[in-house]
Design a protein around this ligand. Structure first.
Ligand code: ADP
Ligand code: MG
Length: 665
C-alpha cells in the first residue's frame, strides 16, 4: 500500500501536520471523516424569517465601505444583488476581504437576516456561486496550518490515486445482503456528498463496517476463551491466604469479599479467567487484585499487573511491597524508565522464575519479556487498553488468567456487548468511613472564594489538587497555562505552601519525584494536567479544583473527584466553569459513578466512557456505541455468523482480522 507521502500534494510539511492529528497512513487519511457538513442551498429573501439563518449568492453591487473601531475591530458594508432582490450585507473583522469584493464579483453570503433593515450580518463570505443543486460541504477537524480545503484536497487526491486499494472490512455476503456500495464509492460519497439521502446511506454502511470489525474481534476473543478449557487448575491454600488477609489494615467490604471469591473460583477452575472487575473510583479494587496475585503466588505462578501510567504503576508497586514486607515474595517494577541494567536483571528474573510478581506499564508486553510461568495477568484501568493489547498480554503466558480492572462504570446493556467476551464482577459499596465529597460549581469570577476554600483546607494541613485549564495541544501553550496558574497560586498563598507542577510532557522520573513529595506532604498544592486522572492515592488531599470543568465529560470529572475523599476527612471538589452549568450541577447532586456514567452516556454518547483518543479501539471514527446501538447489535450478530461459518475460513479478510488480533505489536 502506498504511503501518505506518495499522495500528490502532500509534502514534508503537510505530512507533519497530518501526523499531528493522528493521520499516518493513506487509510487514516481517507477515513478522516467530516465531523459535520454545511448544507449550502440558496434561500429566498422573502421566505427567510426575521433573524433567521440565510445562505444566498449574488453579485457585489456597491464598493464595500470599511469602518474601523478601536481595539482592532472593523466592519464592512456593501449591497448585494441576488435572484430574490437586493440586500445589504455587513461583516465584522474581514477588512482583508475588501480588495476581493470588487463590484460585480460573485459571492456566497452566509449569515443572519434582519428582515426589517433588509441586512444580512454575515458570518462568512465565499468567492463562489451556488448552483441550483444543493451543495453539501464537509467540515473536518484540522489543525493550525492545515485548512479544511487542504484536507479535502488531500483526501480526494488519495482516493483518486489509491481508492481501490483501501481495504473493505465487510465480507461479500453482507455487502450483498444489505446492498451496500463498495468501499471506494462509500468514501467518495462521504467526502463529497451530492444529496443528503446518499450521505445517510453510506454513513450507515461505514458505521456498520467499523462495528463489524470491532465485534468480529470481540467475538473471536470470546470464542477463543470458551474453546480453551485448558486453563490452569489451582488448589489454593486458604490458611496461607488468610495470613495475607491479616496484613490488610482494614476489613474488606462485602462487595470486595464477593469479588475476591469470584476471582479465586476462576483461578481454581480449568476455564481461563477472563473477568472485568468494575468499581467506582476509591471502591478498593487494588487490594482485591493483590489478593488474587497472592493466591496465584501460593500456587507457584507468576503474576503481572499492568497500569496505564508510570505514576500508577509505581504507586501499586510500593503498596504491594508494603503488603508483602515479611514474605518471601519477590516483586519487581518494570516501566519505560527502568535503567537498562536493572531491566535486564528483571527480564532474567522473570525468565527464570525468581521474580514472582511484576508491576509495570506497557513495558510488560514488550517482545523481550519472557515469563517463566505467568499465571495471572491484571490490567488496571482496563479501558485504556485496546483489544490488541488484551490479546498480546494473553499470548505471553501459557494460559494465564486475566483480570481487567476498570473505574469507568459502563451501563450494563453496553457492557454486555462491548465486553461480551468477559465475566463481570462489580464493587458498588464504598469502604466504611467515607464521606460524600461536597461538590461546588463556581464561575471564574468567583476565584477568590475558591482560593479561600483552598486556604481553609491548607490551614488544616490538608493538600490540594488543581487541574489546570485544558488547552488545545499546540507547542508549549500547555505548559504556559500550568506555569501561569502556579504564579497565580504563589501570589495568593505566598511562601506558606509549596506548590508544584506535573504535566504530560515531563520526564517520568521528574514526575515521580514530585508525586512522591506530594505523597509525603512536602508539596501542598499540586497543579496538574489530567495525569492524576487515573488512580493516584493520597489520602491527605482533601480538595480538588478543576478549571474549565465544562471541557470534561462527567465520568472524567467523577474520576478526578475520586482523587480526594480517600481518607477520613471531609473532602470537596470545586468545578470552575462559565458555561454548561446545568450539566455540571449533576456533579453536585450525584456521587454514584454508575448513575453519572448513565447521565454522561445520555448527554455525550460513549465518547467519554472510554477515555481519550488514545484509548485504542474503543473509540470509533464514525460509529457511536450509543447512537448506533442497533447497527452494533446487527454487526455483532453478523460477525458472529461470519466467524462461525467454516466455509469462510479461507477468506482473506477473515485471516486478516484474526492475524491483526493476535499480532504482537
Ligand atoms: P480504586 O478502586 O479506585 O482503585 P483503591 O484500590 O485505590 O481504589 O482504594 C482506595 C483507597 O481505599 C486505598 O487507600 C485503599 O487502601 C483504601 N481501601 C480499600 N478497601 C478498603 C476497605 N475495605 N476499608 C477501608 N479502606 C479501604
Ligand atoms: Mg485503582
Amino acid at each position: 500500500m502506498a504511503e501518505l507521502k506518495d499522495v500528490r500534494g502532500i509534502g514534508p510539511k503537510s505530512l507533519c501536520l497530518l501526523n499531528k492529528i493522528n493521520i499516518y497512513t493513506v487509510e487514516d487519511l481517507v477515513t478522516h471523516y467530516p465531523f459535520r457538513y454545511d448544507v449550502l442551498q440558496r434561500d429566498d429573501l422573502s421566505k427567510v424569517e426575521d433573524g433567521g439563518k440565510i445562505i444566498i449568492d449574488g453579485k457585489v453591487e456597491s464598493v464595500p465601505i470599511l469602518m474601523r473601531f478601536k481595539a482592532g475591530l472593523n466592519k464592512m458594508n456593501f449591497r448585494l444583488v441576488t435572484q430574490s432582490g437586493v440586500v445589504g450585507v455587513s461583516i465584522f473583522n474581514r477588512a482583508f476581504l475588501k480588495s476581493k469584493l470588487l463590484v460585480g464579483t460573485d459571492v456566497i453570503v452566509i449569515g443572519k437576516f434582519d428582515k426589517t433593515k433588509n441586512v444580512i450580518t454575515a458570518s462568512d463570505i465565499k468567492m463562489d456561486v451556488l448552483s441550483n443543486k444543493v451543495k453539501i460541504e464537509p467540515v473536518y477537524h484540522c489543525t493550525s496550518g492545515l485548512t479544511n480545503k487542504n484536507m479535502s484536497t488531500y483526501i480526494n487526491m488519495a482516493l483518486l490515486m489509491y481508492g481501490r486499494e483501501i481495504r473493505d472490512y465487510i465480507p461479500k455476503e453482507f455487502q450483498e445482503k444489505y446492498d451496500f456500495v463498495n468501499k471506494k464509492t462509500a468514501l467518495n460519497i462521504i467526502h463529497n456528498p451530492s444529496t443528503v439521502d446518499k450521505l445517510k446511506e453510506v454513513t450507515i454502511r461505514l458505521k456498520y463496517e467499523e462495528l463489524f470489525e470491532f465485534m468480529f474481534k470481540i467475538n473471536y476473543l470470546k470464542q477463543q476463551n470458551k474453546k480453551e478449557k485448558n486453563g490452569l487448575v489451582r488448589v489454593i491454600d486458604r490458611d496461607k491466604l488468610n495470613d495475607f488477609y491479616k496484613k490488610i489494615p482494614f476489613s474488606l467490604t462485602a462487595d470486595q469479599n464477593q469479588a475476591v471469591e469470584e476471582i479465586l473460583k476462576d483461578l481454581e477452575s480449568p476455564t481461563r479467567m477472563n473477568r472485568l472487575l468494575q468499581g467506582d473510583v476509591g471502591s478498593g479494587k487494588t487490594v482485591v487484585a493483590f489478593i488474587g496475585m497472592f493466591a496465584n503466588y501460593l500456587c507457584g505462578y507468576q503474576s503481572a499487573l499492568m497500569a496505564p501510567t508510570e505514576i500508577l504503576a509505581t504507586q501499586h508497586y510500593y503498596n504491594l511491597c508494603e503488603f508483602l514486607k515479611d514474605t518471601d515474595v519477590k516483586v519487581a517494577l518494570l516501566t519505560g524508565s527502568t535503567p537498562k541494567k536493572e531491566k535486564n536483571d528483571i527480564y532474567k528474573g522473570l525468565a527464570d522464575g525468581s521474580i514472582h510478581m511484576v508491576i509495570g506499564t506497557h513495558a510488560l508486553i514488550q517482545d523481550e519479556v519472557v515469563y517463566h510461568n505467568l499465571g495471572l495477568v491484571i490490567t488496571d484501568e482496563q479501558h485504556r487498553f485496546g483489544v490488541h493489547q488484551r490479546a498480546n498480554l494473553q499470548n505471553k503466558g501459557v494460559k494465564p488468567d486475566v483480570l481487567y480492572m476498570s473505574a469507568t462504570p459502563i451501563p450494563r446493556t453496553y457492557a454486555l456487548t462491548i465486553f461480551g467476551d468477559m465475566d463481570v464482577s462489580t464493587i458498588k459499596e464504598r469502604p466504611k468511613g467515607r464521606q460524600k465529597i461536597d461538590t461546588y460549581v463556581k464561575k471564574t469570577s468567583e476565584i477568590k472564594e475558591v482560593l479561600e476554600m483552598m486556604y481553609e483546607e491548607l490551614k488544616q494541613n490538608h493538600q490540594v489538587y488543581v487541574i489546570a485549564p485544558l488547552i488545545e495541544e499546540s507547542e508549549n501553550s500547555d505548559l504556559t497555562t500550568v506555569n501561569e496558574l502556579k504564579d497565580q497560586m504563589k501570589l495568593a498563598f505566598k511562601d506558606k505552601y509549596r506548590i508544584d507542577i506535573v504535566h504530560g510532557k515531563m520526564a517520568s522520573g521528574a514526575k515521580d519525584i514530585i508525586m512522591e513529595q506530594f505523597k509525603n506532604n512536602e508539596v501542598q498544592i499540586l497543579i496538574s494536567t489530567t495525569v492524576v486522572e487515573v488512580g493516584v492515592d493520597v489520602p491527605n488531599a482533601t480538595t480538588m479544583v478543576i478549571f474549565d470543568a465544562d471541557r470534561f465529560g462527567l465520568s472524567t470529572l467523577h474520576q478526578l473527584r475520586g482523587r480526594v475523599g480517600r481518607g477520613t476527612s471531609k473532602s470537596q471538589c470545586i468545578l470552575i466553569s462559565d458555561s454548561d452549568a446545568e450539566r455540571l450541577k449533576i456533579m453536585e447532586r450525584e456521587d454514584d459513578g454508575f448513575v453519572i456514567s448513565e447521565e454522561d452516556f445520555k448527554l455525550r454518547g460513549h465518547g467519554d466512557l472510554f477515555g481519550t483518543k488514545q484509548s485504542g479501539d474503543m473509540t470509533f471514527k464514525i460509529a457511536s456505541i450509543k447512537n448506533d446501538y442497533k447497527i452494533l447489535l446487527q454487526a455483532k450478530k453478523d460477525s458472529k455468523e461470519y466467524l462461525e461459518n467454516k466455509e469462510t475460513d479461507e477468506d482473506e479478510l477473515k485471516k486478516y482480522f484474526i492475524e491483526s488480533i493476535t499480532k504482537v505489536n
